[in-house]
Structures are given as structure tokens and as C-alpha cells.
Design a protein. Sequence first.
Length: 403
Amino acid sequence: MGTAADQKETPRERLAALARLLIQLRFLLTGVALLLLPPQQISAGVALALISYAVLSWLLSRYWGRFSAHVVRYPVLTVADILVSSAILAMSGLSGAFFLATVLTSATAGVLYGVRGVAGISALQILGYLAALFTYLGGLSTPTVTLWVTVQAIVIQPLLYPTAGYIGLRLRGLFEELAAEQERRRAAERAAAAAEERARLARDMHDSVAKTLHGAALAAQALPVWLRKDPERAEATAAQVVKAAETAAREARQLISDLREETSDTPIADQIAEVLREWSARTGVRTQLRSCDSPLPLMVTARHETIAILREALTNVHRHAHAATVTVELTTEASHLVMTIHDDGQGFDPEVPAPGHYGLVGMQERAIRAGGHLVIDSAPGEGTTLTVRLPLAPSCENSDLSQ
């Protein structure tokens, strides 16, 4: 199955989340400004303006999904917000938490509008700030003006608007670069997966259909000789060719079926149960499945190789083991899925396996491709146990299932 990588946020969703965070900070700073307002500056008008601005910021952050499209489409809304904030600065003063709240508007503009938007918003904020500065100073009965206050108020603080806008632009650029990098990585993963799929299909064709057809071709080549020398042997060879052709057709249909199954979301335990049911109905050998109740997620390659190993093992049991029962157990151990296949057949000596009969090397290679490994334990007269361990991290409890 796929990983959570397919459910990642889009760049637009990340930018929207960042803009919402900045507006939430603006709401908090407006609340702090209201709480820290000096007693001599507290008035009904100032309090009402700050409360209204805080409520507006909260509504924007709370329902940003509804308002964001309108804010981006109609910059005049941001312009209106700047005019309101400049009026509040003129009433409450130009230092403190509320000034920082207005700076966050520039950062938000950088996230939402890009370079031109930031340039226009920052310029308008600076003009609004300077107008609020002179209005505020003109309203003081005995204004205290020093060189430092003049430099800070007229030069340093206004520069914070384009600075914050630039920060917003850089954050937007970082998100876009990250999104582009992730898209390149996903494209590389898709290309690698496609290459692996092609290689896997080639291996499967070679291991099944190609070998069967090769055997049929060899038998067909010998058929004219047996027709002249031994008609009975020729008849048997012809039957062998027919059987090989039927086997190749069945193997081809199985490969096609495997491709279809891998696109489904069927749990691996259910797929294994279906394989066991089909094999038991065809061979007459009793099967049992013991599995945990929870889902056992696997990557597509691991899922396919697990099923392929199971089918190969069942084929070996049918051809060589002469077993009465096959038991498959699925458990979890140290962040791994463990599939154990046991038959009560005649067993064999793993140190001296019959050449070409068990395909142990092929099954071990499949386990390695799936990111795990395979162990075989057998002895003459004691059956065979095959254990496959694959990377996995579920948490489940074992329960018995049988068919």
C-alpha cells in the first residue's frame, strides 16, 4: 500500500497555514496592546477600536478558509485594514504591541501577494504610519522629542514594514522551493517504481511463463522424432506440450491477476487467505491461516513479493512435500511482519536440496527485494517451515483464522 507521502499538504495549503498563523499572532498582539494600554491613553474610542481590530483578526484566523480567496483576490481589503490600523496607531501611540501587530500585516502580504504586493502594501503602511505619527504628536500637549525618539520613530520603525514583507517573501519562496523539491523527489520515486515494476515483471515472466514455454518448445522439437520411432511416446509428448501450454496460459492469467490485485486496498491477510483458498480447492490440501486482527500495511513491492513467495512455497509443497496440511501464520515482531509457512510433509535436508525443485534462491531474492529476509527450517520426515520477515510497524494481537 502507499505511504502517507501521497497525502502531503500542497504548497497553497502550507502558505494558507502560515498566513493563518501570522493573523493569529496579530490577534494575540492586539489583545496584549489592549491590556498594556497606559491609563492616560485609555478611552472608549481606543478600546473599541482595539477590540474591533482583535475581533476582525480572530475571525480571519478562525475562518481563513472562507476569507482567504477574497483577501487574495481583492487587495483593497488589505488596504482598508491598513487604514484602520493607522487610525488606531494615531489614537493609541506608535510603540508597543499593536505596532508589532501592524508589522505582521506586511509579513502576511509577503506570503499572499508576492513582490509587487509587498512593495505596494509596505509603501502604504509607511505612509499610514507617518500620518499616524504626526497626528499622534500633534495631539500631545507637551510632546517630548529627542534625537533617538526621532530616529526610531521616523526611520527605524517604518523600515520594519518592508523588512517583515521581505521575510514573508522568503518564507513563501522557501515553501515553493520545498514543494518543487518534493515534486522532483516524487517524480524520481515514480520513475524508480516503474523501473522496478518492469524488472519485476521481467523476472516473473522468466520464472514462470518463459520457463514453461521453453519446456514446451523442447518437447515440441522432439515430437517429430518420436512420431517416427515411438508413436506412443509421441502421444505422451504431445500431451506434455498441451499441458505445458495450459500451464503457461494459467501463469500468464495469474500475472495479470496479480497486477490488478496490487492496485486494490485489500489487506495482505485477506489476499493470503484467498491464495490459500484457491490453492486448497485445486490441490485438496487443507490450509490454515493464523493472523492478527489489525491491518498489516506493506509497500506495493513487499506486498507482491510476499504473495509470490507464498505461491512458490505452496507450489513446492504440492510438487514435493506430499503434505496433508499447510499452516500460514502472520505475526509482528520488532517492527516486522513475520509470515511463517509450515507443512507437515516429508521434509528435506536444506544442506543438499534437490536442484531446480524448491527455488529457494529465488524466494530468498524476493524476500531481499521486499526489504526482509527468509529462513528455511526442514528435516527429512519432519516437514518444512519457511519464515519471511518484512519491515513493518503495526501493533496488533494474534488471533486464529482457518478455512
